[in-house]
Design a protein around this ligand. Structure first.
Ligand SMILES: Cc1ncc(COP(=O)(O)O)c(C=O)c1O
Length: 382
């Protein structure tokens, strides 16, 4: 059987080799310090779990509207209107299976065969495969470490062609922890307006901005040509529940609802009732803990004289290992094999020569893991 050209065009995962070795070591009973987590290490708050149990007992176990239950869409619209100071109605909201499906729905609404989408590197792993699945082409713009991984507006504009349909912006960023400043966000909006592009603003890490207030591109554009993507995954430690949403101009929201309706119908009914309760739960304790870990991790990395950009948001640090080993997969394999610490190779994010460390794990494991990284790089006689 021939696999379709679109699916075949998706490159193999850059993390396969490292994951396979981690599994093998685990099977041998070796205690690997795993610093690869892409999810908060807190349990889902109990109030949310209780709401799900209540929903089950009350029999909310049937299909719902494919865009989400009206109460939840109303609540999201009110939250977005208040938080981002942009009037927003429930008709603009589609509740999806995580932020991931919200991004796919938005892309599928505007991207066809050979259309181009601008992606800023280092980037989250799934943007390009989604574009490829749609028969489109990802055009990469590199954000430089020297500029704290904030992209240059000239580079973005220079990457636009007649085929460009959309740009994906991810601030706070996975994997760099970069948070874009207001001028950059405004510049991106002006470019999108000038060239008639859709902006997909992936803000799933928006509650985790440590040094100042989060600035949303959705606020800057006042919702014009912008799809705001958010999720309960990182904000409420609900990664496994699969719930995110998009808030978009009505015609895009209608297209997204059509796509989702035929792909997955509604998302899990119980999860939607649980998420309704999530709006009443204060999760600032998670952010405070992540902030402390960020500070701790940066201070240890400084002591080791390692090169990185202090993350302003999310829970990742991208470490530059080019002075030791330019092949980041080789670096991660060596570190895992010899000192049993798992990191994600930067190539997975188009950041060759870097490795991603997640601080969504306990302080003790972080200290132990980073001290082993220090031991590993001492091999290069620093
Ligand atoms: C930048 C970014 N966007 C979107 C997602 C998808 O989130 P969800 O689990 O809500 O689908 C992730 C998950 O890791 C992410 O890191």
């Amino acid at each position: 059987m021939q696999i379709s050209a679109n699916v075949s065009s998706i490159p193999a995962s850059k993390t396969l080799e490292v994951n396979a070795l981690a599994q093998e070591l685990k099977k041998k009973g070796i205690d690997v310090v795993n610093l690869t987590a892409g999810e908060p290490d807190f349990p889902t708050p109990d109030q949310i779990v209780q709401a799900a149990i209540e929903a089950l007992k009350m029999g909310f176990t049937k299909y719902t509207d494919s865009s989400g239950i009206p109460e939840l869409r109303d609540k999201i619209a009110r939250y977005v209107s208040e938080r981002f100071k942009v009037p927003c109605g429930a008709g603009q909201v589609v509740v999806s299976n995580g932020g991931k499906q919200a991004i796919f729905n938005a892309l599928a609404s505007v991207v066809g065969q050979n259309d181009e989408v601008i992606i800023i590197d280092p980037c989250w792993v799934s943007y390009e495969p989604m574009v490829l699945l749609l028969g489109g082409k990802a055009v990469h713009v590199k954000a430089q470490m020297e500029k704290e991984f904030v992209p240059s507006l000239d580079d973005i504009e220079g990457a636009i062609s007649k085929a460009t349909k959309a740009i994906i912006v991810n601030s706070p960023n996975n994997p760099t922890g970069a948070v874009y400043d207001e001028d950059t966000l405004n510049g991106i909006y002006q470019i999108a307006k000038k060239h008639d592009l859709l902006i997909i603003s992936d803000e799933v890490y928006e509650p985790l901005v440590y040094d100042k207030e989060h600035i949303s591109l959705y606020s800057i554009s006042k919702g014009d040509r912008t799809v705001l993507v958010d999720a309960f995954s990182k904000s409420h430690s609900m990664t496994g529940w699969r719930i995110g949403y998009s808030v978009a101009p009505v015609e895009i929201a209608k297209a997204a609802a059509k796509i989702q309706g035929h792909l997955t119908s509604n998302i899990n009914s119980i999860t939607q009732y649980a998420a309704l309760r999530a709006f009443d739960v204060d999760t600032s304790y998670m952010k405070e803990r992540f902030r402390k870990r960020r500070d701790m991790v940066c201070s240890i990395l400084n002591d080791l004289n390692l090169s990185y950009v202090r993350p302003k948001g999310a829970f990742y640090v991208l470490i530059d290992v080019r002075e030791f080993e330019r092949d980041d997969v080789k670096f991660c394999m060596g570190l895992l094999n010899d000192l049993h610490v798992a990191l994600v190779p930067g190539s997975a994010f188009n950041a060759q020569g870097f490795v991603r460390l997640s601080f969504a794990t306990s302080e003790d494991l972080l200290k132990e893991g980073i001290s082993r990284i220090g031991k590993f790089v001492r091999r290069w006689n620093r």
